[in-house]
Design a protein around this ligand. Structure first.
Ligand code: LLP
Length: 387
């Protein structure tokens, strides 16, 4: 399918740029496949709000019965407001503030994913003050490889995340001294944009070893949460708009050795929302440089920071032109040299006023926008509102 042809160009011409365009059909199709495959593999899914917390996107996702994975009090609130049941909310993060812990205790969320002994002590103290018991999972740092950008790997010893495997015994000793804590699960997350199923298989093997150790201590857990991380095809958003959920979920289910009664959970973010979002931006100027042509557009890293921050690739298309292809450096208006969406990008011959589509921007796009240079936050337009 050639989606370039399906962008509603006429409607776009009256919308002020830059804006995020969300194709809700792509989102719903993705959710349909995800929920079917998760059911088949008997895996519970918590959508990772950090990828996209646009309220309408959240309410569509909630409609498919998913739980929520939150990393801040703001995300917990957003999940509750969007109608996610508290009983399906997990709360992770290395630096939970007291007010955030209190908020989550008040809502009675499913589980805190705990990352250190000092955090455990604070949760115990705050839960005791409320006369409540907090359900927790221990987030361990499995020290396994993830083939992805080093900024978005999380499961190596040198990362700040999780409890080192060598410290696990001490943490369990500490849990046993906390009357307001109930240990119900084990949690891991090794990184994001992972395409290699071997990485997930390696993770499962490591968790199996951890569970063997826990058995020896007679620690019985209700669930294992393997985090998120499934990647999407940034190079071919049309060829494969729906990620390989089946292979991913089947791999996890096959490799992990669950104990009787244990449930298996995952927390996908990017794979749920990545392909439904496109950043639409207008060409302001074509500037002929010494060695290259610049297409200067009205979006910058304030709208989509991934290329500047992680050297991430996003496919860019000129949706206003069918003329012969030329190469351009597509750059934004921000006063920083890193404000570049792509170099030597092949585009149909481009002129002032053309609209460019920066694809696969549904995850970690709008949600990471900033107001640097006193710019306005980007608006969101939904395909289902365009007739
Ligand atoms: N669970 C935990 C504990 C996480 O830290 C993350 C992502 C997820 C789940 C969801 O991972 P996903 O399925 O989306 O890969 N801003 C970066 C990505 C940061 C990911 C942070 N953690 C980017 O634009 O590539």
């Amino acid at each position: 399918m050639d989606r370039k042809g399906v962008f509603p160009l006429q409607a776009f011409s009256s919308i002020e740029t830059p804006f995020y365009y969300y194709d809700t059909t792509v989102l719903r199709d993705t959710l349909e496949v995800l929920t079917q495959q998760a059911k088949a593999a008997r895996i519970e899914v918590h959508y990772a709000l950090k990828a996209n917390a646009n309220r309408r996107i959240l309410s569509i996702i909630r409609g498919y019965g998913l739980g929520a994975d939150c990393v801040s009090g703001g995300e917990v609130k957003a999940a509750i407001e969007a109608g996610f049941p508290a009983s399906k909310i997990v709360f992770a993060g290395v630096g939970k503030a007291d007010w955030e812990i209190n908020l989550a205790l008040d809502y009675g969320i499913f589980c805190f994913n705990v990352e250190s002994i000092p955090e455990l002590m604070v949760i115990e103290e705050l839960a005791a003050a409320k006369g409540k018991t907090a359900n927790i999972a221990l987030r361990v740092n499995p020290n396994v490889e993830a083939d992805t950008h080093h900024y978005i790997t999380t499961g190596k010893e040198e990362n700040k995340f999780g409890i080192a495997l060598g410290d696990l015994d001490a943490v369990i000793d500490a849990v046993e001294r906390c009357p307001h804590i109930k240990l119900i699960g084990l949690h891991v997350h090794i990184g994001s944009q992972i395409m290699e199923m071997n990485n997930f298989a390696g993770l499962c093997n490591r968790i199996n070893e951890v569970q063997d150790k826990l058995d020896k201590r007679r620690v019985v857990l209700e669930h294992v949460n393997l985090g998120g991380g499934l990647g999407i095809d940034y190079h071919h958003p049309n060829r494969q708009p729906i990620p390989e959920f089946e292979t991913y979920l089947k791999t996890l289910r096959k490799m992990i050795k669950l104990r009787p009664g244990q449930t298996l959970h995952v927390e996908p973010g990017r794979s749920v929302v990545g392909q439904c979002g496109t950043l639409i931006t207008k060409v302001l100027y074509i500037k002929e440089g010494v060695k290259r042509n610049f297409a200067i557009v009205d979006a910058g890293f304030t709208e989509l920071i991934r290329p500047a921050l992680y050297q991430a690739y996003h496919k860019i298309e000129n949706i206003s032109s069918e003329a012969a292809v030329e190469k351009y450096d597509v750059v934004g208006p921000i006063c920083e040299s890193s404000d570049v969406f792509g170099k030597d990008v092949p585009l149909n011959q481009t002129k002032r006023g053309d609209l460019l589509a920066i694809r696969s921007a549904g995850a970690y796009g709008e949600v990471m926008a900033s107001q640097y240079n006193q710019r306005a936050l980007p608006k969101a337009i939904f395909s289902e509102d365009i007739h």
